[in-house]
Design a protein. Structure first.
Length: 157
């Protein structure tokens, strides 16, 4: 069990994802990403659906539940140098309650305990960029659609 398996707030719980969570995760991912990608003229439903099928690795995912109801999901993978916050999506009704911040802080705590950095990529226009900036993530690179960020927790980048 890692730090991000344990909720930092009593307002939510986490459970391991299964293949049965695929549709929920995909639908939430698409509802979050579609407006951002349309704004960047980068929306291709077939391409994005195919890419998501490759992203969804149940062993790396925890489903966020609030009052026993699925309310989001977080995916964290890792390399020998860092934890990668690959995905974090919450349904509209639970955004702004500190759940996302608590989840990210738990990932940071886990990375710190392992002497690893935390990396992430987010689509341009994603309002979460202010949260990542506030938590200390720094821009490492960018491309036409994404901004790549890293938080150094002790290990040299």
């Amino acid at each position: 069990m890692t730090a991000w398996d344990c909720p930092a707030s009593p307002a939510y719980d986490l459970r391991p994802a299964t293949d049965a969570d695929f549709d929920f995760a995909r639908d939430l991912y698409l509802s979050s990403m579609k407006p951002l990608l349309i704004a960047l003229d980068a929306w291709d439903a077939d391409q994005i659906d195919a890419a998501f099928r490759g992203y969804f690795i149940a062993a790396e995912i925890r489903v966020v539940t609030v009052a026993g109801v699925d309310a989001g999901w977080i995916q964290v993978s890792q390399t020998h140098k860092e934890l990668c916050l690959d995905q974090l999506h919450l349904i509209e009704e639970v955004r702004g309650q500190g759940i996302g911040t608590a989840l990210i802080k738990a990932v940071i705590a886990d990375a710190t305990g392992q002497n690893k950095n935390v990396s992430l990529s987010l689509v341009r226009g994603n309002p979460a960029i202010t949260l990542y900036r506030r938590l200390g993530f720094e821009r490492t690179s960018e491309d036409d659609t994404k901004i790549h960020k890293r938080l150094t927790t002790g290990r040299a980048a």
